[in-house]
Design a protein around this ligand. Structure first.
Ligand code: SF4
Length: 442
């Protein structure tokens, strides 16, 4: 296949994008200004094949990649744009930007407390929150083919060292796994690990493929490359090497699950993504799909139903609908929890059983993955029914619990226990875990 040359655009060179040639200077300046706070990167595939430039500014793929003033709260936008217009010295501008970033909750769900210890030392680039699953963030995969404006890992891209998970050494990770035989799943994540060259990824994965880690049954790779750069599997110079590597992972007797991130059906519509999915599946890898529910991008049940139907057509497995996390530009993308549930159930009702592998809406919150089962009335009280799909304590999983109905709540921490309880059943134990830096059970 003809090679497609990847061209990234960011705050420095986005003015070269042909489609922006006639835009007024003020609109371009707005992009640049917001991009000081939130990371901005797109590429020629997104610009030329996914964005419908006749639908700006409402086009979902444009909204997904291009900064706009509404991503900042009004007060932040006013302070920053005034400072830029007044020509504040760069050093002072940087301080202002960092102050704004610190107000955007750069460590959502206490991720930094998930870092495990090996021989008394932190395993850098790792998170171990749930008993069976460990996350590894290889250093070479700390970028993406494009950046999502809603990204919950945005602090990793703007230089927050305390929020950066980045591991050079997968051998240390493998040593940690050897002494944790209850871990069955390893999720390689980032950024996007599929920005790594095939050879670098092979070096990273090899320590996990040996017989000495027989309890490790699944290698998952979290990626948005199918959506943002499907040529990764078709025509990049090392595409074939990459597929051979996946073949090798499958031949090691493990399940290889590509955790593919799709936010809108348009991302499944191009010839390139469809061919890439066929090639990937040809290695024996499974593709599971997930996305947050995002105001202005995919907040309609028919879009989700269409996305799940297309994914099943393409032999992918719908996996998660997430609630937008409490970080970054959350105020722009978030929806009330009840609305999330309504969108989920209306979409779920429209697909056949094969699309109902999906779980949601789910909050990846500090105590675990909490699913909203619905809104109902019990003992004359209107309540949310909830359950853990994953918990810091495995014993919390699948226990129903109830929160007082709240019309405006958008996250778990906005909910209060129902039926006059002071705390949710897990809160006391959670506090203890946080205090003890939350060592996972092994
Ligand atoms: S692909 Fe994932 S990590 Fe990368 S910008 Fe999007 S949400 Fe963030």
């Amino acid at each position: 296949m003809t090679e497609h040359k990847y061209q990234a655009y960011n705050a420095r060179n986005f003015r070269e994008i042909t489609q922006l040639a006639d835009w007024p200077a003020s609109a371009l300046r707005e992009i640049e200004t917001v991009a000081r706070v939130l990371p901005f990167k797109t590429n020629n595939y997104v610009v030329d094949e996914l964005i419908d430039w006749d639908q700006i500014p409402g086009d979902p793929m444009y909204t997904l990649n291009f900064p706009r003033r509404e991503l900042l709260r009004a007060a932040h936008w006013q302070r920053l744009s005034r400072a830029v217009t007044r020509g504040l010295p760069e050093h002072d501008l940087k301080s202002l930007v960092r102050a704004i970033q610190l107000e955007l909750n750069p460590d959502p769900s206490s991720q930094s407390a998930n870092v495990p210890l090996l021989n008394g030392h932190r395993v850098s680039g790792a998170q171990h929150k749930y008993r069976e699953t460990v996350l590894f963030f290889p250093q070479a995969g700390q970028s993406c083919h494009a950046f999502c404006t809603f990204c919950f890992r945005w602090p990793q891209f703007v230089g927050f060292s305390q929020s950066r998970f980045s591991g050079k050494d997968s051998q240390t990770m493998a040593e940690y796994l050897k002494i944790h035989p209850r871990v069955t799943d390893l999720l390689i994540t980032g950024g996007d690990p599929m920005t790594m060259r095939a050879g670098v990824l092979e070096t990273c994965l090899t320590p996990f493929l040996g017989k000495d880690l027989a309890h490790l049954r699944t290698i998952r790779i979290g990626t948005k490359s199918l959506s943002y750069w499907p040529y990764r599997y078709l025509s990049d110079p090392d595409s074939d090497d990459l597929l051979r590597l996946f073949d090798r992972v499958v031949k090691s007797g493990r399940n290889l699950s590509i955790m593919a991130h799709f936010n809108h059906p348009v991302e499944l519509s191009t010839e390139a993504v469809r061919k890439a999915i066929i090639r990937l599946r040809g290695t024996g890898a499974q593709i599971r799909t997930q996305s947050p529910l995002l105001h202005h991008i995919n907040d309609k049940p028919e879009l989700w139903a269409e996305m799940w139907r297309q994914q099943v057509d393409l032999n992918c497995i719908p996996y998660y609908m997430f609630v937008e996390r409490d970080t970054g530009a959350k105020h722009f993308f978030a929806l009330p929890l009840e609305r999330c549930w309504q969108i989920f159930r209306q979409a779920y009702q429209r697909v056949s059983g094969l699309g109902r592998t999906v779980k949601g809406p789910v909050m990846s919150a500090t105590p675990g993955k909490v699913e909203i089962l619905g809104v109902t009335e019990l003992n004359d009280e209107k309540v949310f029914m909830l359950r853990f799909i994953q918990g810091r304590n495995a014993d919390w999983v699948d226990r129903p619990f109830f929160a007082l109905y709240d019309r405006t709540a958008t996250w778990l921490n906005g909910l209060k226990p129902a039926f006059g309880e002071h705390d949710f059943f897990f809160e006391k134990e959670l506090k203890g875990m946080l205090t003890a830096r939350m060592q996972p059970m092994g």
